[in-house]
Every structure is written in structure tokens, then in C-alpha cells.
Design a protein around this ligand. Structure first.
Ligand SMILES: Cc1cc2nc3c(=O)[nH]c(=O)nc-3n(C[C@H](O)[C@H](O)[C@H](O)COP(=O)(O)OP(=O)(O)OC[C@H]3O[C@@H](n4cnc5c(N)ncnc54)[C@H](O)[C@@H]3O)c2cc1C
Length: 398
């Protein structure tokens, strides 16, 4: 639906607006300007009109009665190289709960190439219906073909809630889809629930530097859209008996209509995958320098875990950003999180406090990290970490 409104009585057909529109969204029909679907509502044309015949509504109205037409919870099933990402299963688990609360169905949107096996997986994680779009043009993620297909489906089927992972691809896709559907989007949610009275989605996320948890609603527009970080929700158990319908859908764009091409794929050199690590040994400013991470690396190696860090250590240049855990880093949920020389600032806790077991090693007995720790060791990490490594090594050998 175009966003611009044109007052046909005022329009002179001078064409000034057509010249300045960066998207080719305006054309002349007779001596009157008309707007097409390419309009993004950027407003570049407004000042070019000498008679103020163009208008962007401050808030595109969605009539209250229309909101009831929107039903169902949708989840975008992120996949990489033909494998469904864990985050998709985690969101399906939460989506199932929301759909049950709304007494509606859960739909999975599976886009890719040779991804039929993912439709079955999505159903086993709770989807009642799958839109399956399988085409070579979708083999590698690109914004336009993915977004255009989801936008078309959403306009046609009108979901009430649409959830995506807060991965690089999910963030990119969610922004594009929400913009075109002219709805709101809450990024990086840490909680999703249904308001029992109004039936609308309550989207919780940290705000103001993590000092408050904001509860955000989208009462006037649909779908209510949110992205969710990896490991915020627990992965549900797969149920191979669960049944669902698979609906084949053709993509909205042909390869010729897509202007971007993937020429190469370069694997990140720093292969650390914190989000999937079951054990993390993390260091903070207390490690005192890049060399201070060495004993932590040894412990992580013995335990088969990964090394994480606080932002202070990253900002100091002691370790790369890929290791950062917290509000502006990764969210992790390992079975065991060993925090070494980390004070426990709220922004760090935002990324690790749902870990199953937290062990804190800090020489300050009053450090706030001890408030969230299951086990606390007060002392110098340079004595404790090597001692732990030694003990674990002996136990592992046995
Ligand atoms: C908008 C915003 C976003 C942020 N995002 C993040 C984020 O994503 N992740 C993050 O971590 N932070 C983030 N921060 C920064 C955060 O507020 C803290 O500054 C940071 O987490 C502190 O890191 P730290 O615990 O390593 O350092 P400090 O707070 O300096 O703590 C160091 C700790 O080490 C202990 N220690 C020192 N020497 C030893 C030793 N030898 N043995 C044992 N213990 C020792 C000290 O007692 C102390 O408790 C953010 C801040 C803002 C404003």
C-alpha cells in the first residue's frame, strides 16, 4: 500500500515530485501524479510540490475494526546452509505458548533452497502450518527476495504476531518487513507475553542502558513484530508426532528482479561460537591484560568450553568483540558460566544471567556478580583458575 497521499484537486501535474523521487514511485497519469507501491514514505517529494498537494499521514490509520482481521502467530524459520538455526526452534517454543494463549494457530515461514526437511522440523517444534518457499533464488539470504515474499504473505494472511530471531539476518529482515507493513517492531526482546485483558503482545526488553526493563506494546498496527535474541527462550523438546499442514508458496521475486548478487562467502576467521557453547569461562577487567586470558583459555580447553569476556576487556583491546557477553555483546545460556574478575554490572548480567550454573571468582566479596552466582569463590583468579584447571584435568583423566 503506498504511503503518500495526493490531493488530486490541488495537483498541477508539474512533475517536480517525479524528478526528486529516489524510488521511481511517482508517475503522471494524464495531468495528475499517481503513486505506486514503490513509495517508502521518505518524504523527499513533499517540498518539491509548489501547491502542497502531497501529504504523508503522521500515523497511517489502521481502523480499529480491521485489527480483528489479524489472527495467528508467525515465526520466520532462520536457516543457514540448509540447516535450521537453533534460534528458530527457541522462538517456535515461545510462539506456541503465545498461540495457545490467543487460541490461534502457529505458522512457520520456511524460505530457502532444498529445505523441505526444515518444514518437518518446524512442525515437530510446534508449528500447525508451514509456508514453504523453496527456490534457488533463496539459497543464500538476501534482503529483497526474503522480505518481498514475507510481506506479500503477511498482507494476504494477516498475522497478528510475527516473530524473528535477532540475528544479523533476522534484524535485517524484520526491519524491512515491518517498514513495508507499516507496523512497529521491538528489537532484542527478552520476554514475550499476552496481556490477559486486551489480548495484545507485551514485548519486554532492556532500555536506558539496561537500567530498566521496558514493556512495549503495539496497540494500533498489525502484525505486532518482535525480534528475539538467541538463547533467551529455552528450546522446546521436538515432538515427531505433532501434525501440521505444509503450504507451497512461490517467491515474490524472480532472480532477474533481484539487484544484489552473492559473489563470495568468507567464513569468519574468529570461529568462536559463544551462543552454542555449553561451558563458558569469561574474564573481565580483573584479568589485567591480554595475557591474563591465558589461564582462562587453559581452563576452557580442559572443560571443552569457550572463552567469553566483559565489555571492559574488549574495550581495553585485550580480546576481540566476538567474545563480548552482555547487552551490547552476545546473549548466552550455557550449562556452566565461570565469571573471572567480572564485577557483575547490569549490562553484563543481561547477557548471561539465565546460565544454568554461575560460578563467580572475584577478590571483592561485595561484587554484585555474587548476587546471581550459584557458587562464589572470593580470591585471586590467578591462583584459583590454575588450581581449578589442575583439578579438572586430573578428574577428566580419571
Ligand atoms: C550502554 C552500555 C552497554 C554495555 N554493554 C556491556 C556488555 O555488553 N557487556 C559488558 O560486560 N559490559 C557492558 N557495559 C559495561 C558495564 O557497565 C561494565 O562497565 C562492565 O561490564 C564492567 O566490566 P568488568 O566487570 O570486567 O570490570 P569492573 O567492573 O572493573 O570489574 C572488575 C572486577 O574484577 C575484580 N578483580 C580484579 N582483580 C582480580 C583478581 N586478580 N582476581 C579476582 N577478581 C579480580 C574486581 O574486584 C572487580 O569486581 C555496557 C555499558 C553501557 C553503558
Amino acid at each position: 500500500m503506498p504511503l503518500l497521499e495526493i490531493d488530486k484537486d490541488k495537483c498541477l501535474g508539474c512533475g517536480n515530485c517525479i524528478d526528486v523521487c529516489p524510488f521511481g514511485a511517482l508517475t503522471l497519469e494524464g495531468d495528475i501524479v499517481v503513486v505506486n507501491e514503490k513509495c517508502t514514505g521518505c518524504g523527499a517529494c513533499l517540498e518539491a510540490c509548489p501547491v502542497a498537494a502531497l501529504r504523508l499521514p503522521a500515523n497511517k490509520p489502521v481502523k480499529a475494526e480491521n485489527l480483528t482481521e489479524y489472527r495467528g502467530v508467525w515465526v520466520w524459520i532462520e536457516q543457514f546452509h540448509g540447516q535450521m538455526c537453533d534460534i528458530a526452534a527457541e522462538i517456535l517454543g515461545q510462539g506456541r505458548k503465545l498461540a495457545d494463549l490467543r487460541q490461534t494457530i502457529l505458522t512457520a515461514c520456511v524460505l530457502g533452497y532444498n529445505v523441505e526437511h526444515i518444514t518437518k522440523k518446524a512442525i515437530s517444534f510446534g508449528a500447525d502450518r508451514v509456508f514453504w518457499v523453496d527456490d534457488p533464488s533463496l539459497a543464500v539470504y538476501r534482503t529483497a527476495p526474503y522480505a518481498e515474499t514475507l510481506i506479500r504473505l503477511a498482507r494476504l494472511h494477516k498475522p497478528e504476531i510475527f516473530l524473528l530471531g535477532a540475528s544479523s539476518r533476522g534484524r535485517d529482515l524484520a526491519g524491512s518487513v515491518a517498514t513495508d507493513l507499516y507496523t512497529g517492531l521491538t528489537a532484542d526482546c527478552t520476554g514475550l507475553d499476552i496481556d490477559p485483558e486486551k489480548g495484545i503482545l507485551i514485548q519486554t526488553r532492556p532500555a536506558f542502558g539496561g537500567n530498566i526493563m521496558a514493556m512495549i506494546i503495539c496497540p494500533d498496527h498489525r502484525p505486532q513484530m518482535a525480534t528475539v535474541r538467541h538463547r533467551v527462550f529455552e528450546m522446546p523438546p521436538a515432538d515427531p508426532e505433532h501434525q501440521g499442514d505444509v503450504i507451497t508458496v512461490v517467491p515474490s521475486l524472480t532472480e532477474e528482479q533481484i539487484s544484489t548478487r552473492v559473489t563470495d562467502f568468507i567464513q569468519e576467521l574468529d570461529k568462536i561460537n559463544l551462543a552454542d557453547a555449553r561451558i563458558i569461562v569469561a574474564g573481565g577487567r580483573g584479568v589485567g591484560g591480554a595475557d591474563g586470558f591465558e589461564p582462562l583459555q587453559k581452563l576452557a580447553q580442559v572443560l571443552g568450553g569457550a572463552v567469553g569476556s566483559s565489555r571492559s576487556a574488549v574495550d581495553a583491546g585485550w580480546i576481540s568483540y566476538a567474545h563480548q557477553i552482555g547487552q551490547t555483546g552476545r546473549t548466552v545460556r550455557p550449562d556452566l558460566y565461570i565469571a573471572c574478575g567480572i564485577s557483575g554490572a547490569i549490562q553484563h548480567l543481561a547477557g548471561m544471567k539465565t546460565s544454568r550454573i554461575i560460578v563467580a571468582i572475584n577478590k571483592n566479596a561485595d561484587a554484585p556478580i555474587f548476587d546471581v552466582a550459584n557458587y562464589g569463590i572470593v580470591g585471586d583468579l590467578f591462583q584459583i583458575v590454575p588450581a581449578l584447571t589442575q583439578q579438572f584435568k586430573q578428574k577428566m583423566q580419571k
